[in-house]
Ligand binder design. Structure first.
Ligand SMILES: *[C@@H]1O[C@H](CO)[C@@H](O)[C@H](O)[C@H]1NC(C)=O
Ligand SMILES: *[C@@H]1O[C@H](CO)[C@@H](O)[C@H](O)[C@H]1NC(C)=O
Ligand SMILES: *[C@@H]1O[C@H](CO)[C@@H](O)[C@H](O)[C@H]1NC(C)=O
Ligand SMILES: *[C@@H]1O[C@H](CO)[C@@H](O)[C@H](O)[C@H]1NC(C)=O
Length: 403
């Protein structure tokens, strides 16, 4: 596998830029090639120890930044943890393939490759994280089997600030591909995420208790949410993302557990959803334990191609019915703008706005919506409004139910 031409060109430009910068000696990072630490690209030797040793050396280097380099080749890797704080910034360049154990019980932690307590981590390259999830997917039955095996997410970041990922590909995760917890100021660009549409719980990018996250120029096709935004997250900017197959860009599910926090400030712009079950989605549990606010969201310039439910606010979320009915959702949704959302809906209900009876949605603005029904039922698309206060202007297909 090689990087595509665009990113190869970009890499060339970057390396030219780097040459210019590197002529000032203090900026030159020390390179830690994993092969110099005994890693073998034979696809079967477990390289976890070699990678951990490389990390330790790179992280402890005091006098200048470090660059960890994974060259082309297939490096089999058991579960690894890369823990900071580090003395300096770390570039982690992956041009090869990292191959996960196929047997899920060979990863004895909840994340295959886990980064914690780090500032200034820059992951890039044209490499692949191959989660080898195929053998695990049939075992994913936790909603009905309490003895279900624990399956690892591919790459996790916890307590990581001022960092980014650029260019790499994540393939066939066992559970989610990228998971973020308590991460602040993080950019994800030019990333490709791929798993089959029917692989269970293979969320693309998922984050909670995080802020100032930018995701752009990224292609996500997977079996669960392309992007999931969870409790305690603020200032998220998602642009130029292709999503499909998958379950769309979801906020939630929210409200189920105690100690959840507000979700505020989300911009989702220039997105194509292609063949996804949902597009724009906010889901909150019907019987919620926490009383939180979801506010200041903008969704703009969004194309829907054969999307099951293009716009879906569901405050009666219940994935495995019957659910305990302990009353209405206590999540307050307000200040939402949806502008220039167009394309085709597989369901007749293209716009579903079902808010909480106890905490009706406030200030929801629809501007230029054009979603045609192309499903088997036939007939025009429709909209559902429940417990919602808002306004609509511009083109409105389906006919709006707000004003
Ligand atoms: C990361 O950023 C958050 C929010 O700005 C801050 O509270 C936290 O202390 C930072 N962590 C580190 C290790 O710098
Ligand atoms: C993330 O991207 C924003 C906008 O392009 C930029 O201002 C910021 O410096 C970037 N942060 C990191 C950690 O790369
Ligand atoms: C989001 O990111 C895009 C692309 O980097 C940028 O043009 C836009 O200004 C950002 N929007 C916000 C609200 O930060
Ligand atoms: C949407 O997905 C279908 C099926 O994978 C593909 O053939 C088509 O080219 C995609 N359309 C766009 C505009 O990406």
């Amino acid at each position: 596998m090689t990087c595509n031409i665009a990113s190869a060109f970009k890499a060339l430009c970057l390396s030219l830029l780097f040459v210019a910068v590197a002529s000032r000696p203090t900026f030159r990072p020390k390179v830690f090639n994993v092969q110099s630490y005994g890693a073998k690209p034979d696809g079967k030797t477990d390289n976890a120890n070699a990678f951990t040793k490389v990390w330790k050396n790179a992280c402890e280097r005091r006098d200048g930044s470090s660059k960890i380099y994974v060259p082309k080749g297939t490096f089999y890797l058991g579960g690894v943890e890369f823990i900071g704080p580090c003395k300096n910034q770390i570039e982690f360049v992956i041009d090869g393939t990292l191959l996960a154990p196929a047997n899920p019980s060979d990863i004895k932690q909840d994340t295959w490759i886990n980064f914690r307590y780090i500032n200034n981590l820059f992951i890039s390259g044209c490499g692949i994280l191959d989660g080898q999830g195929k053998q695990s997917w049939p075992l994913n039955d936790c909603h009905k089997n309490t003895n279900c095996p624990k399956l690892a997410m591919t790459m996790g970041f916890a307590f990581v600030n001022n960092s980014r990922i650029n260019g790499i590909t994540s393939l066939n995760s066992k559970m989610g591909h990228f998971n973020f917890f308590s991460v602040h100021h993080f950019n994800i660009t030019d990333v490709t995420i791929t798993a089959p549409g029917d692989s269970p719980n293979t969320d693309g990018i998922k984050f909670g208790f995080s802020s100032n996250i930018h995701i752009s120029n990224t292609h996500i096709g997977t079996g669960d949410d392309c992007i999931a935004i969870l409790s305690g997250t603020s200032n998220v900017n998602i642009s130029n993302v292709n999503c499909g197959p998958g379950h769309g860009i979801s906020v939630g599910s929210l409200g189920k557990n105690k100690d959840e926090k507000d979700v505020q400030g989300l911009t989702v712009r220039d997105i194509v959803f292609n063949g996804t079950s949902d597009g724009i989605r906010i889901k909150t549990w019907e019987s919620s334990a926490s009383k939180i606010i979801v506010s200041n969201f903008v969704y703009e310039n969004i194309q829907m191609i054969n999307v099951g439910k293009p716009i879906n606010i569901d405050q009666k979320y219940c994935p495995y019915p019957p659910c305990e009915k302990k009353g209405e959702s206590h999540v307050q949704i307000k200040d939402l703008k949806l502008k220039n959302i167009y394309g085709t809906s597989k369901n007749k209900v293209a716009v579903n706005l079902q808010c909480s009876k106890s905490f009706p949605c406030k200030n929801v603005e629809l501007i230029d919506i054009n979603l045609k029904h192309n499903g088997v039922e036939g007939g025009p698309s429709t909209a559902v409004c429940e417990n919602i206060d808002g306004s609509a202007r511009g083109k409105m297909i389906p006919q709006n139910c707000l004003n």
